[in-house]
Design a protein around this ligand. Structure first.
Ligand code: ZN
Length: 315
């Protein structure tokens, strides 16, 4: 099988510190659905949180490793600078007011004909809400705190900070099938050709004059692109290896399968399969309500539950 084109992001994974504060911000304030409460498979004494739309649709998933006493990272080349969610262009005022009421300082942004706001989460992670004329067919959380017309509608884009952009641009155009759709100053916007897909945009941002960032709390750890299934993922793996990338073997993340490699600018990329998805072990109406751990860890559940800090779902 030949690798086709990438249609967009699968998820973005970032690092946080306090788990409850993270949960309150993303589920309580931003109204993302808490779709999976699990543990870091490499460190089961710590959580792995997944937020997304009502069903955990790929392209809406923001995940966190909340490490209670993590120090704060810094932004710089080789990192994702900001993560943007799509909202309706008519919802910008709603969000400005909501953030202000919750004492979150937001500033206006205007880019390539789209308006939005940007702000940071409690750990310093830079986020944007961008008014987008084409909203992806994702399913906002009906039980959430945000009126459905204003709800977050999956990812709009990510901005990757790089020293230079050409090699990364070559990877995402020649290999992933993205196109350069706009540019301004040091920002180059690429988009997949799948026009209604969530998270189809990536901006490459040349910031050669700042020091390299450090990945810790408040930073994005990696971004994942979508593959339709295992066969397509394997085709991607073969293609990337042919191009000279060091690519990990396929890793089973229970809800998807993953391969990882570092793109030429230093950002950690992943390609994750859409199946089996977050409804593998919980029904849609139960997503996020129980601690789910992989079957091979179940024997250790009592101890894991004792170590994990208690959390409460926002009312
Ligand atoms: Zn990942």
């Amino acid at each position: 099988m030949m690798a086709g084109k990438i249609s967009g992001l699968h998820h973005v994974t970032a690092i946080a510190s306090d788990p409850q504060r993270n949960l309150d911000f993303y589920a309580g304030l931003l109204g993302l659905r808490f779709v999976k409460r699990t543990v870091n498979f490499d460190d089961p004494g710590t959580y792995h949180f997944y937020f997304g739309d009502n069903r955990g649709t790929p392209g809406t998933i923001l995940t966190f490793f909340p490490w209670p006493r993590a120090r704060r990272g810094s932004r710089g080349p080789g990192q994702i600078e900001s993560t943007a969610f799509a909202i309706s262009p008519d919802s910008i005022g709603y969000w400005r007011d909501r953030l202000q009421q919750q004492h979150v300082v937001a500033e206006k942004i205007s880019r390539f004909g789209e308006e939005g706001i940007r702000f940071v989460d409690p750990d310093g992670l830079l986020l944007e809400l961008v008014g987008s004329r084409t909203l992806a067919a994702v399913e906002p959380w009906p039980e959430g705190p945000i009126p459905l017309e204003h709800a977050v509608r999956g990812f709009h884009s990510v901005s990757a900070a790089l020293e230079g952009y050409e090699n990364t641009a070559r990877l995402i155009t020649e290999t992933f099938g993205y196109r350069l759709v706009d540019e301004s100053g040091n920002r180059f916007r690429f988009a997949s050709t799948d026009e209604n897909a969530p998270g189809r945009i990536i901006d490459l941002l040349c910031t050669p004059d700042t020091g390299f960032g450090t990945v810790a709390a408040g930073s994005v750890h990696h971004i994942a692109f979508r593959a339709k299934d295992d066969a397509e993922q394997l085709a991607w793996r073969n293609r990337l290896v042919e191009l000279g990338y060091n690519v990990t073997p396929v890793v089973d993340r229970t809800y998807f399968h993953s391969i990882y490699f570092r793109e030429p600018g230093g950002v950690l990329f992943e390609i994750a399969t859409e199946p089996p998805g977050f409804t593998l072990d919980e029904k849609v109406d139960e997503l996020g309500t129980h601690l789910r751990i992989p079957s091979w860890m179940e024997a250790g559940r009592p101890q894991i539950e004792k170590i994990l800090p208690p959390i409460q779902l926002p009312a």
